[in-house]
Design a protein around this ligand. Structure first.
Ligand SMILES: [Zn+2]
Length: 155
């Protein structure tokens, strides 16, 4: 894929992830986030949003759960898109999304909005990078990702 194709496809899938965040059941104590996983051929292999099946669900873990196996061979060349930076620590469950992603061969993670330190300190991007994964932040789309969370932010 050319650089321009990559930029266009990143924008398209990240917007799809943000769109999913609008389906989250409302919460006063957790962000609304959407995530999609796309394979190297541009096919959607997983999608999720916060609290989809359980009040503690994070978008990334819902999307990962749709794969039969964390080592699914399609994941090696896949990209995970999330409206929010994957969490590096969380209070609701023992495993952070960054650590769940590190269990998979997913090499590339794209997100829009860097986690503000409202609930926990966000450091998922740093953890993923330290493990050798490629992390791309697209701050142009952060305002869209924030929109679904306006009620949680003092702006
Ligand atoms: Zn998370």
């Amino acid at each position: 894929m050319s650089l321009i194709d990559t930029v266009e496809s990143d924008q398209r899938w990240l917007r799809a992830a943000i769109e999913l965040s609008r389906s989250c059941p409302p919460s006063q104590t957790a962000f609304s986030v959407g995530a999609v996983i796309v394979d190297s051929g541009g096919a959607l292999v997983g999608e999720g949003y916060s609290r989809r099946d359980d009040p503690h669900d994070h978008a990334e873990e819902v999307a990962l759960r749709q794969l039969p196996d964390a080592k699914d061979p399609r994941l090696g060349a896949a990209t995970l898109y999330s409206s929010l930076e994957p969490c590096g620590a969380r209070s609701s469950r023992p495993r952070s999304c960054a650590s769940l992603i590190l269990d998979t061969p997913i090499q590339r993670i794209v997100f829009a909005w860097r986690e503000p330190s409202v609930f926990v300190t966000g450091e998922g991007a740093e953890l993923l990078r330290a493990a050798g994964r490629t992390v791309v932040e697209i701050p142009d789309l952060a305002p869209l990702a924030r929109e679904a969370n306006r009620h949680l932010l003092a702006e």
